[in-house]
Design a protein around this ligand. Structure first.
Ligand code: ZN
Length: 227
C-alpha cells in the first residue's frame, strides 16, 4: 500500500545491473548525481590504491558491502523481509545494526500518522538523474525527510551534504512533474553503516550552505560543458 511511491515512480525505470534510466521506456542519457559530484576534483574518490591486487580486493569488497547493505535496506522497507546477503561475517553484523536503525525510523515516522517510507527512488530531472536511498514522506503533514545510507569507513560530510542537496533538487523537480505542491523538507540524515563507524547524523545548516555553493559551481560547470 505504498501510494506515494507508486506516484513518484510512475514512468521511471532503472535497470539495476547497468544503472541505466528509462523514462516511458526510452533510455535517458543524463549524468548521475555521482558523476556530477566528480566534476569537483576535491570530491573525486581516489582509487589509486586499487592499482595493487590487495588494493583492488579492498575496493571490490567495499563495493560489495555497499551493494549488499543497500539491498538489505530495500528488502526491509519494501517487503519487510530480512534476508542474509552472503557469507561475510561483518556484513551480518552491519545488517543487524542497519535493520535496527530502519526499524527505529519506521517507529519514529509511523504509517498511522501518515508517513510513508520509500527506498531506492529513481528520479529523472532536466539536467541529471539519481536514486535516493531513503525518502520519508507525509502527504497529510506535507513534510518529507531525505536519508542516505553510507557504507564507507571514511566520513566525507561535505561530499555527503552535496549529494543530498542534489537529490533534493531532483526530488523537487519530481514533485512538480507529479503535481505535488507545498511539501516542505524537514531534514537530511545519513546512516553511516560501517563496522568502524556506525552512526546516524543530521546534516547541519553550515554544511548545507557550503553544499549549496558547491552545487552552484557544479551546475555552472555542467552549463559550460554544453556550450
Ligand atoms: Zn554481504
Amino acid at each position: 500500500m505504498k501510494k506515494v511511491k507508486k506516484i513518484l515512480e510512475r514512468n521511471i525505470l532503472i535497470e539495476e545491473l547497468t544503472h541505466k534510466y528509462y523514462l516511458d521506456g526510452i533510455e535517458v542519457n543524463k549524468p548521475s548525481v555521482s558523476k556530477l559530484i566528480d566534476l569537483l576534483p576535491h570530491h573525486v574518490f581516489d582509487t589509486s590504491f586499487a592499482e595493487t591486487p590487495e588494493g583492488q580486493q579492498i575496493l571490490d569488497l567495499a563495493i560489495a558491502r555497499g551493494k549488499h547493505l543497500h539491498k538489505i535496506a530495500e528488502n526491509f522497507i519494501n517487503e519487510k523481509v530480512t534476508k542474509n546477503c552472503c557469507e561475510i561475517k561483518s556484513h551480518f553484523e552491519m545488517k543487524e545494526w542497519l535493520l535496527w536503525v530502519l526499524n527505529k525510523i519506521s517507529n519514529d515516522y509511523p504509517e498511522s500518522e501518515g508517513w510513508e517510507i520509500i527506498s531506492e527512488l529513481s528520479m529523472i530531472g532536466k539536467e541529471y538523474v539519481g536514486t535516493l536511498d531513503l525518502l520519508l514522506i507525509n502527504t497529510k503533514l506535507k513534510k518529507y525527510v531525505i536519508g542516505d545510507i553510507k557504507t564507507t569507513k571514511l566520513l566525507a560530510k561535505n561530499k555527503e551534504a552535496l549529494q543530498v542537496v542534489l537529490y533534493n533538487d531532483l526530488l523537487k523537480e519530481r514533485f512538480k512533474q507529479v503535481k505535488f505542491s507545498g511539501f516542505e523538507l524537514q531534514s537530511f540524515f545519513v546512516i553511516n553503516c560501517n563496522l568502524i563507524n556506525k552512526q546516524i547524523y543530521l546534516i547541519d545548516e553550515e554544511t548545507l550552505l557550503k553544499a549549496n555553493t558547491e552545487k552552484e559551481e557544479i551546475l555552472a560547470i555542467l552549463k559550460s560543458l554544453k556550450i
